[in-house]
Design a protein around this ligand. Structure first.
Ligand code: CP
Length: 337
């Protein structure tokens, strides 16, 4: 029997390249860079309008449309708020998590996506430990994919809800969002920046609105160079110095699950980088304090600061629902496929 020859190495390479050149559904949100400044304004205006809308009327917007939540990693805030957002628009939702599905038996991301599409899913919300997984899923299914956090890469919906929180604290309306609306505003992001997809998405979004970002933390938890993160981002190792320059601050937890053997002296970390009452009173007495969660009380932030008047943590969580309503509505715009 004649042996069937497979594609040549060159053809394989070309087909892989063409895979990465395939357009993805325009309703997808894979990276903060997917949103132009005008699109950011539109999303935030839509979030305002959807939040104000009569719930019965709102629930007709996506009545009976099917949204799948595919979560390969633990989540409380993102999963719940995406689910509540889709349901508030009237969509039917289904949750597939790695512990209770055929993912456990070894089913691939591609086959899981194809299966969800065959079951009628019109949009997939994906959290994955692998950077780039949402892009791959968007390519293989042709569906709009909303990135709910991929590895150490990005968390674009978190950056949008962080932006909404910052604008509320600074009393800037969504209609005023433009390339200069955050000019003169510095945001310090302190903690495990290296492993943080939240830090990365914020660094890709906020400087395009005029903000300056300072990354702060121990050397081993910071990127080697701030310039690699793009314009408007710098590094300051001293938290007090960074806070004194900032109008907004965000603290991050140390991501123990991604440290890969890296050892951190936790007492030293608390001493130098903890957001505690003394430090905040001395260096940032009026600065809103954000944290994407989950928070580790007594480590990167104390009870007093997390629950105090400057904390914007609950506002961030609450902003998750309207922002994600706007993203789900955007993904399913244009009617049933
Ligand atoms: N901010 C955030 O992504 O939280 P969860 O991991 O709980 O979704």
């Amino acid at each position: 029997m004649a042996e069937t020859k497979g594609p040549s190495r060159k053809a394989q390479k070309l087909s892989t390249l063409s895979l990465f050149q395939q357009p993805i559904h325009p309703g997808s949100a894979i990276s903060a860079m997917n949103f132009s400044v005008a699109a950011v304004r539109q999303i935030l205006l839509a979030a305002d309008a959807l939040e104000r809308e009569d719930p019965l009327r709102r629930a007709k917007r996506l009545a009976k449309r099917r949204v799948a939540l595919l979560f390969y990693e633990a989540s409380t805030r993102t999963r719940t708020s995406f689910e509540l957002a889709a349901k508030a628009l009237g969509a039917d939702t289904t949750l597939v998590s790695s512990l209770s599905s055929s993912i456990e038996k070894g089913e691939t991301l591609k086959d899981t996506g194809i299966t969800l599409k065959a079951l009628g899913a019109e949009c997939i919300i994906l959290r994955s430990p692998y950077s780039g997984a949402p892009y791959l899923l968007a390519q293989t299914t042709g569906l709009p994919v909303l990135n709910a956090g991929d590895g150490m890469a990005e968390h674009p919906s978190q950056a949008l809800l962080d932006l909404r929180t910052i604008l509320q604290r600074l009393k800037i309306r969504a209609s005023a969002v433009n390339e200069k609306c955050l000019r003169g505003i510095t945001l310090t992001i302190c903690g495990d920046v290296l492993h943080s997809r939240v830090a990365r998405s914020n660094a890709l979004l906020l400087p395009r609105l005029g903000a300056r970002i300072i990354f702060c933390g121990p050397e081993e938890l910071l990127p080697e160079s701030a310039t690699a993160m793009g314009p408007g981002v710098s590094i300051e190792r001293d938290f007090d110095t960074a806070l004194r320059q900032s109008q907004v601050a965000m603290v991050l937890r140390i991501q123990a699950e991604r440290l890969a053997g890296l050892k951190i002296d936790l007492d030293e970390y608390r001493r130098r980088y903890q957001a505690n009452t003394e430090r905040i009173a001395a260096c940032a007495p009026k600065t809103p304090i954000l944290h994407p969660g989950p928070i580790i009380r007594g480590m990167e932030i104390t009870d007093e600061v997390a629950d105090g008047p400057q904390s914007a943590i609950a506002a961030q969580v609450a902003n998750g629902v309207p922002v994600r309503m706007a993203l789900v509505a955007r993904a399913l715009k244009g009617g049933r496929r």
